[in-house]
Design a protein around this ligand. Structure first.
Ligand SMILES: NC(=O)C1=CN([C@@H]2O[C@H](COP(=O)(O)OP(=O)(O)OC[C@H]3O[C@@H](n4cnc5c(N)ncnc54)[C@H](O)[C@@H]3O)[C@@H](O)[C@H]2O)[C@@H](O)CC1
Ligand SMILES: Nc1ncnc2c1ncn2[C@@H]1O[C@H](COP(=O)(O)OP(=O)(O)O)[C@@H](O)[C@H]1O
Ligand SMILES: [K+]
Length: 513
């Protein structure tokens, strides 16, 4: 698991350690790790550290201090290091002295600074770290823009300046880094877009701080492998779980086919289908159980261990009746229920209907409708800019688990003290019609197999992201989580291909565990 902590948590943890250590010791640990990463990058790009050109962007706080001490270490190895001081009066005194002593130079002149950046091999962003508030200030913008235009690799110290450490929000412009070297623990803003997209590859330098339970966490291959259901000698299709899918309509039969397809690949022993697209479902997936009398609804469908309700239901009378049945207390409240797509729009019209085992899987547009249904106004853009906050708020308002889809998918449980799961896998190519139907079928299958809603949602998002990458790479199994999206070799995919790639994604996780 990759854990992330808020600024408040980091400050408290650092405070405890600072009191025990000699002055400056913590910063030296941070600077040593930072310099080691920079040296590695310089060796790759320049062949060696000696003679390479390094520019430090130095703000007024300890983040600038880290950059200066790391710069001093690189200068001691022969790099030509220039520190650009954004707030010369407040720059870290000891850090400045160390850099000067190691042969580094300083400038406060904007033109000089930008010219240095233009010919640098490496730029270190030490403008602000966890002490940053609001967006970048105007004085920093020329340097940040020069760094974006230069060939230099940009390394963010602790986090890219301009990214909110707790939420990943970016107001205005922010540094775009190739690598972020973060200290002690991850910060939630490094895991979730738009912050994650600015952070590039994130490397964690342990500095020995002890941390409380995390505010956010991201599953890794081993966590997913441990959560995936595995049949045993005693398993049969009923013990492995039956997932019920109530989806599709005369207008949208394909949504039912896709949800069923993913449910069949999600670990449950059998899939029962209820709805108007039975013919299309059975034609595509003859193994689906379409039980007698299913036209009358969910209650007559026979035993299921989890329901998936909503994809392609449209918003006619049938859809309303289906949601009524799904929410009906007489439907076993011990059976988990996943609501997606049209069911979410219908739920929003009624407002919160808390129920045990409820998992909602909105995209940002559906999240806006759900928020409105609970009396909270927000725009799609606001939700996309602050996913962690809105996922938590929805989970609290609706008293259930909420999986908010998008460029970073996040899953929040109903306990506001619990961590939000942030999904590290995926590709922008997943933004294709029907891909959400695949996700909900898969998550429903994992619910039926016995996973708790938070686990089912986050494991489904993880596999869905891997399957999307695998399909997008033309079938080659995608790498581990955290791979930045949009890397070479990817191409367009259809939702059916994502569903077809699920077994390969599953195997890539269990093979490596
Ligand atoms: N506290 C510790 O024990 C450690 C801290 N470390 C480093 O220290 C950093 C935190 O240092 P600080 O608390 O000094 O805070 P920062 O260095 O993040 O920034 C604080 C300073 O930036 C100014 N500032 C705030 N928002 C700004 C903005 N938008 N634009 C420009 N300036 C802005 C503030 O006025 C303040 O002077 C961490 O991110 C990390 O890099 C590391 O050395 C590890 C140990
Ligand atoms: N830019 C992106 N990067 C990564 N994943 C994305 C991106 N855009 C969309 N997705 C994923 O694609 C899926 C789209 O689901 P959804 O919006 O419900 O589409 P549909 O309703 O057509 O099925 C979600 O799993 C979402 O997380
Ligand atoms: K920074």
């Amino acid at each position: 698991m990759r854990y992330a902590h808020t600024v408040e948590q980091v400050r408290a943890a650092e405070g405890a350690l600072l009191a025990r250590l000699p002055e400056g010791a913590l910063m030296q640990r941070a600077a040593a790790g930072l310099a080691a990463t920079c040296a590695g990058l310089l060796a790759e790009s320049h062949g060696r550290v000696y003679g390479s050109r390094v520019v430090l962007l130095v703000g007024s706080g300890d983040n600038g201090g880290d950059a200066l001490f790391a710069g001093a270490r690189l200068a001691a190895r022969g790099a030509r290091v220039c520190a650009v001081l954004l707030a010369p009066e407040q720059a870290h005194r000891a850090g400045l002295a160390a850099l000067r002593q190691a042969g580094g130079v300083l400038t406060e002149d904007q033109r000089d600074g930008c010219a240095e950046i233009a010919r640098a091999d490496l730029v270190l962003d030490g403008i602000v770290g966890i002490g940053g508030r609001g967006g970048l200030r105007p004085g920093a913008l020329p340097y940040v823009r020069a760094a974006a235009e230069a060939d230099a690799a940009v390394v963010a110290v602790d986090l890219p300046s301009g990214v909110d450490a707790d939420t990943g929000e970016v107001s205005g412009e922010a540094v775009r880094a190739a690598v972020t070297v973060t200290f002690g623990t991850h910060k939630p803003g490094l895991l979730v877009d738009p912050g994650a997209e600015h952070a590039g590859v994130v490397r964690l330098v342990p500095i020995g701080i002890g941390v409380p339970p995390p505010a956010a966490e991201a599953l890794q291959h081993a966590d997913v492998a441990a959560l995936l259901p595995r049949p045993t000698g005693e398993s049969d299709k009923y013990r492995r779980g039956v997932v019920g899918v109530a989806a599709g309509s005369a207008r949208y039969p394909g949504a039912a086919v896709l949800a069923v397809s993913a449910a069949l690949h999600g670990g449950a022993g059998a899939v029962r289908y209820v709805g108007a697209a039975a013919a299309a479902v059975v034609a595509a997936h003859p193994e689906t159980l379409v039980s007698e009398g299913s036209a009358q609804g969910l209650k007559q469908a026979g035993r299921v261990q989890a329901w998936v309700v909503g994809p392609g239901l449209a918003d006619g009378e049938d859809a309303v009746r289906t949601l009524d049945q799904a929410l009906d207390a007489a439907l076993d409240p011990d059976v988990p229920l996943l609501l997606d797509a049209d069911a979410l729009r219908l739920l929003a019209r009624r407002g919160p209907a808390p129920r045990p085992g409820l998992l909602l899987t909105p995209h940002a547009g559906e999240a806006v409708a759900l928020l409105a249904g609970a009396g909270v106004e927000a725009t799609r853009e606001q939700v996309e800019a602050a996913r962690l906050r809105y996922a938590r708020q929805l989970a609290e308002l609706y008293g259930c688990t909420v999986l908010l889809k998008g460029s970073t998918t996040v899953v929040a449980g109903p306990d506001p003290a619990g961590p939000v799961r942030v999904n590290p896998t995926g590709t922008p190519w997943l933004g294709t019609a029907g891909s959400g139907d695949v996700l909900s079928g898969l998550a429903g299958s994992l619910l039926a197999a016995g996973l708790a809603p938070l686990d089912a949602g986050s494991v489904a998002a993880y596999l869905h992201g891997l399957a999307g990458r695998t399909a997008s790479l033309g079938g080659a199994a995608a790498g581990a989580g955290g791979v930045p999206a949009g890397v070479g070799g990817e191409g367009p995919i259809s939702a059916s291909e994502v569903a077809a790639a699920l077994p390969a994604a599953w195997r890539s996780v269990t093979d490596r565990a």
